[in-house]
Design a protein around this ligand. Structure first.
Ligand code: DQA
Length: 142
C-alpha cells in the first residue's frame, strides 16, 4: 500500500501560525507522527508540501499509476481551486480530503469545499488524527 499525502499552502507554518486554531504541533512533528503511524501499519507514505497550486497539480498528475490513495489537505485552496478538483478527477486515484480544523465551525467562506466532490470522503476537525483516520481507511480489509 502506497499513499501520497499532499499538504497545501501555509501548512509548513504549523506551530507558528494561529496556534489557537491549529495547535502547537509543527509541520515536522506532524510529518513524523504520520510516518510513524504509517510504518507501524506497513504503509509506505510520501509526504509532499507546496504553497503553489500548480506544483500540487503536477504532484497529483505524477502520482498516476504510482499510488493506491491520496490524502490531501489543500489548505485555503479547498475553498476555490477547481483546478485541484479537476486534477484529482484526472488521475482516478481514491482521494480523501483532510483538515486539522473543523472547516464547518469557522468563517462562512471556509464552509464550502470545491475539492470534496472529487473525493471519496472528507475528515475535518480532528487535528493530526484527521490524517491517521484517512490512512486507516485505506488500510481497511474487506
Ligand atoms: C485547513 C483549513 C483551511 O480553511 C485553511 O485555509 C488552512 C488549513 C485545515 O487544515 O484546517 O490552511 O485546511
Amino acid at each position: 500500500m502506497r499513499l501520497l499525502i499532499i499538504n497545501g499552502p501555509n501548512l509548513n507554518m504549523l506551530g507558528i501560525r494561529e496556534a489557537e486554531v491549529y495547535g502547537n504541533i509543527s509541520y515536522e512533528e506532524l510529518s513524523k507522527f504520520i510516518y510513524e503511524f504509517a510504518n507501524l501499519n506497513g504503509v509506505e507514505v510520501k509526504i509532499f508540501h507546496s504553497n503553489i497550486e500548480g506544483e500540487i497539480i503536477n504532484e497529483i498528475h505524477n502520482s498516476f499509476g504510482k499510488f493506491d490513495g491520496i490524502i490531501i489537505n489543500p489548505g485555503a485552496y479547498t475553498h476555490y481551486s477547481y483546478a485541484i478538483h479537476d486534477a484529482i478527477k484526472s488521475v482516478n486515484i481514491p482521494t480523501i480530503e483532510v483538515h486539522l480544523s473543523n472547516i464547518y465551525s469557522r468563517e462562512e467562506y471556509r464552509r464550502k469545499s470545491v475539492i470534496a466532490p472529487s473525493c471519496v470522503g472528507q475528515i475535518t476537525g480532528l487535528g493530526k488524527y484527521s490524517y491517521i483516520l484517512a490512512i486507516a481507511y485505506f488500510t481497511k480489509g474487506e
